[in-house]
Structures are given as C-alpha cells and as structure tokens.
Design a protein around this ligand. Structure first.
Ligand SMILES: CC(C)C[C@H](NC(=O)CN)C(=O)O
Length: 467
C-alpha cells in the first residue's frame, strides 16, 4: 500500500544548494563545485545512505594545465536481493548565470515569488535531485520499507558533457551497476501543463572555431581596410553552417537522420500542444514551422545548429573600435539517431576548412570538438513506462504525454550501452522553467507533486513483472 501523504515544502536545503555557484564550465568556480558535491554526499548520508565519493581524475584545460574533476557521489539505500534495484541519476552542477544577464533576482539566492522558486539550477537539476532524496526520506520518516532498493549516482560535470563519468561507469559496470535493474533520470521538463514521460534525447556536438590573425588587437581606423579581419572570416564561415530556414548546410549531416515513421507521426499528432502558447511563452510571433508535427519533429528528432557566442569579440557596452586579433566561436549541433559524433566532427571540420579556404585568408582557422554526446532513445512500450503512466495517474489523475526531449543528457546513452539496463526519464520540471535561461525556476506545485510522483513511482516499479 502507498502512504497517503499530505506535506508542504520549506525549501531550506534547496535554498542552500542554489546558493552554491556550481558552474562546471567556469574553472574559477571549481572549489564551489567540490563543495556542492560534499553537500550532496552529506545530505544523502543524513537520510541514511551508504555514500561514496568517487574520484574520476583530472580535467585537461585548453592551456595545457589540468584541474581535479568534481567527485561523483554514489549512495545506496537497501540491499534486499528479493527487491528490484533502481539507480537514480542526476547532476548538481549548473549553467553560468549572472544577475546582469537580465535576471529579476539574484540567480544564487532562492527567491519565492507567487508559488515559483527562482534560482540557477532550480529545475536543472537541483530540485529534482532533492525530490528524489526526499522520496527516500519520506519512506523512512513514515517507517515504511522502501519497495525497491535505491541507488544514486550524482555528478557535477553534466553541463559540460559529463567529463570522467563514462570511464567511471565502464569501471563500475560489474560492481556498482551489477545489481541495478533500471535507471531513472529526472533531468528534463514536461512539454505542457500535462505530466510527461520522456523516451528520447538529442545528442550534442559542441565546437570551438578559432580564427587567429595579427599578433595583437588593431585600431580599425589605422589598420582597417588593409588586413583580412579574423572576425569577418569567422562570421563568414559561421554563416555557411545553416540557412535562414533551418537547413543544415554541412554535407552529409541531414542525410544521416532516421526517417520519421508513421507510428511516430501518429504519436506526435496525438499530443496536445498549442503553438500559440509556445510562441507567447518565448515571446515570438513566428516559428520555423507552423504545424504541430513538424515543430515537434524539429524540436526532438531532427538535428540543428545553434551559435552560442564568440570569445574575444567586443561585447561590452560602448563603442570600442577594435579589430580583435583572435576570436573563438562556440556552436553546437544537436544530433539525433542515426548520427555519430565522430562522423559529425569530421564532416564539420572538413567542411569549415573548405569554406575557409575559399576566402583565401592568411588567418589561421582551427576547429575543435569539445563535447561529443550521443542521442538516446528508449522503447516507450517497456514496463518502466507503464509504471510511469500508473504513477502519473495516481498523483495527477491524468494520462502522461509520451515525449522526446530536444536537449541532451550526455550520459544516458553510455548508461544504456555499457550497463545494458533500461532507462526511463521521469521529468517533474515545468515547460516554462527557463532552463539555462534568465529567471530559471521550479514551481512549488511541481516540486511537491513531483516528489509524490517519485514516491508513487517506486511503488509501481516494485510491481513490474520480470521483463
Ligand atoms: C551537453 C549539454 C551541455 C548538456 C545540456 N543538458 C541539459 O541541459 C540537461 N539538463 C544541454 O544543453 O542539453
């Protein structure tokens, strides 16, 4: 029997967690990230877990030096061989955030406004990780045996491609993972106000394109018109990556994409999704596609190119008139079945060098792929998803949407390929949580009802017959 629970959330621990600037992409914040992993381990210990902090080695930096990777936290609750064992994966590192990016509140001070808890990492992924820890805590507090054994694996490098974690999973395949039946990931969001179960993610190939020219920045009045400018070269080649209508121009990329089956088309067609609300949520009057199926397909199962920024470019307020000597563009390709990061790396590198060669510039171009995370796809007919539907029905009294996710969970595919275990993504974040964006939040409703969902889900998983 499942407990009847009435509870409210005083987000004390979430407040403490949000206060830690655990930005994995900024090496100057590495001590904060180490502290975040310690706090995670401490919380798991407090609720009675057998906790380990696994050293996953060093991270090589572009300047040739190296820095310690944050330890991976593992924990175990229960070792009953007659029960199933689930492993919950999550991360406690975050994307960068600064108040001056346009946040209404301090991104590292949890702020409670109208039922929403704002702060960097609130939804991605600190509150969902805590909701899972609270789930175990609730069973304990109510003196009810956990219906399944629960393991945790919490990392601190997800937002930069899960550095070090692949090797750890390979190394612990026959130890930590040997008794795991299923892996659960809650690092994504619903599509709408309706709860969802996620069965696919896109991958991510992240590139640096560096163009280096003169030995120092130049005055554009003194030198402009006499030199070929690195920034002009860079913008020129970036413009050849994708057309205004979203057609990827890199030869071979679009050809590799898996065909949309009739069954998939029907699934997308049946999903309730309002394009007008989607437009108003992001503040746009026009989208790339005007029908639901095309839009969902291009969000979930087609590749895309996004240009994220240019290091070395003048970006402050004011009117500096410099010619930057060296500029580095950051762009990524969200890839999908049946694309492969190693193939994409070669396609992009060869293509950009050939485009650059046509410019006949004396400047030097170098391309580096810094993340190569594969896409992941599960069978939504697996009993894990039936258990998910039952748990959603129990807590929310509706059928969940079966959805895919346009973002990337770099480690999902490694879990699947190396451990051979089945995976479900069970999101509790809202569609409008603003992941990676200004004013990221999770609602109290999603945080609390999400915790109840996890409590119910453990019960449903314990009922799964052998598959
Ligand atoms: C490889 C990316 C940085 C991973 C990142 N993942 C998430 O946001 C998952 N919460 C992404 O941009 O998709």
């Amino acid at each position: 029997m499942l407990p009847q629970i009435v509870f409210s959330v005083k987000p004390t621990t979430l407040r403490q967690w949000i206060a830690v600037e655990s930005d994995s992409s900024d090496v100057t914040k590495r001590s904060d990230l180490h502290r975040m992993m310690d706090m995670t381990a401490e919380k798991l210990r407090l609720v009675g877990g057998s906790v380990e902090m696994v050293d996953v080695g060093m991270q090589a930096l572009p300047n040739g030096s190296s820095i310690a990777l944050p330890k991976v936290v593992t924990a175990r609750f229960g070792e009953d061989p007659s029960k199933r064992t689930v492993c919950v994966y999550g991360h406690v590192d975050v994307q960068p955030a600064k108040k001056e990016d346009g946040w209404a509140t301090d991104p590292y001070e949890l702020t409670d406004i109208d039922g929403n808890l704002y702060g960097r990492g609130a939804s991605d992924n600190k509150a969902p990780v805590l909701a899972w820890i609270h789930t175990v805590e609730v069973y304990k507090a109510l003196n009810i045996d956990l219906p399944v054994n629960v393991k945790f694996i919490i990392e601190g490098m997800e937002e930069t491609g899960s550095n070090g974690l692949d090797d750890m999973i390979v190394a612990q395949k026959d130890s930590f993972f040997s008794d795991v039946d299923y892996i659960i990931i809650s690092d994504c969001v619903w599509l709408s106000r309706r709860p969802a179960l996620t069965y696919g993610t896109r991958g991510n190939c992240y590139f640096f394109a560096e163009v280096e020219g003169p030995k120092k920045d130049l005055h554009s009045g003194v030198y402009g018109g006499t030199v070929m400018e690195p920034m002009t070269d860079l913008i020129g080649i970036l413009d050849k990556l994708i057309s205004p209508s979203g057609k990827i121009l890199i030869p071979g990329v679009r050809e590799a994409v898996a065909h949309l089956s009739d069954e998939e088309w029907k699934m997308y067609q049946d999903i309730e999704f309002d394009l007008e609300s989607y437009k108003s949520e992001i503040g746009l009057s026009q989208l790339m596609y005007s029908n639901k199926v095309d839009l969902l397909a291009h969000r979930w199962r087609h590749p895309t190119v996004s240009i994220h920024g240019i290091e070395g470019a003048f970006s402050s307020a004011g009117t500096k008139t410099v010619i930057p000597a060296k500029v580095i563009a950051k762009f990524s390709i969200r890839q999908v079945p049946n694309m492969d990061p190693a193939v994409v790396e070669k396609q992009v590198t060869d293509y950009l060098h050939s485009v650059f060669a046509k410019r006949k510039s004396p400047n030097k171009l170098s391309i580096t792929m810094v993340i190569g995370a594969k896409p992941w796809l599960a069978d939504p007919k697996h009993p894990l998803y039936e258990a998910g539907k039952a748990a959603v029905k129990r807590v929310f009294a509706v059928e969940p949407d079966l959805i895919r996710e346009g973002g990337t969970i770099p480690i999902a595919r490694t879990f699947q390929d190396v451990t051979g275990k089945s995976i479900i993504m069970l999101p509790i974040g809202g569609f409008d949580d603003g992941l990676h964006s200004q004013n990221e939040k999770i609602s109290r409703y999603n945080y609390m009802e999400g915790t109840k969902l996890f409590i119910a889900y453990l019960h449903e998983v314990s009922q799964i017959k052998k598959y």
